[in-house]
Write a protein that binds this ligand. Sequence first.
Ligand SMILES: *[C@@H]1O[C@H](CO)[C@@H](O)[C@H](O)[C@H]1NC(C)=O
Ligand SMILES: *[C@@H]1O[C@H](CO)[C@@H](O)[C@H](O)[C@H]1NC(C)=O
Length: 149
Amino acid sequence: MTMQLLNFCLLVILGHTAMGVPLKQIQLKLVEMQKDLENLNKSVQHHGLMLNTPQTEDIKECCTGHAMLCFGEKLDALDSQNSNITKRLLGKSLKKPIIRESVNDCSEDDTKSANCPACDSYPLRDSRTFVQALKTLLQQCTAKVGYRR
Ligand SMILES: *[C@@H]1O[C@H](CO)[C@@H](O)[C@H](O)[C@H]1NC(C)=O
Ligand SMILES: *[C@@H]1O[C@H](CO)[C@@H](O)[C@H](O)[C@H]1NC(C)=O
């Protein structure tokens, strides 16, 4: 946890140099987020909670970053038992502009005019599917950022 916090702070500091953050660092962060999600999922009680969930096929072009933000917003509702800190950290990471911007394929202008759907308009799916969809998205983004190096 301490290491995670350190990494997190490091990214926050580097985040101030915005585009200066090496993609390798973003990629490592995305891998760390996958691990956080796995740990979080271990203590989540899946008891039929329905959450707005952007699955791959629901995510419009240029809206990958926005979908990540939606996951960050909805994540909070998961019944995480004793993993609230992990949940909060992961939620923060998902909402970070530097992460969002680096996973979008589109130019800044195209992203702005993309008109991404409201988070509440994504289909409701049960919490298991929600976690799986987030995992898939993080995996896809990790691969994508890797290619762009
Ligand atoms: C985690 O958060 C939930 C809801 O926000 C709260 O009810 C619960 O008491 C918290 N658990 C711990 C261990 O802090
Ligand atoms: C999350 O945990 C549940 C068990 O509670 C498991 O069935 C599911 O496969 C896990 N999801 C992921 C994406 O690891």
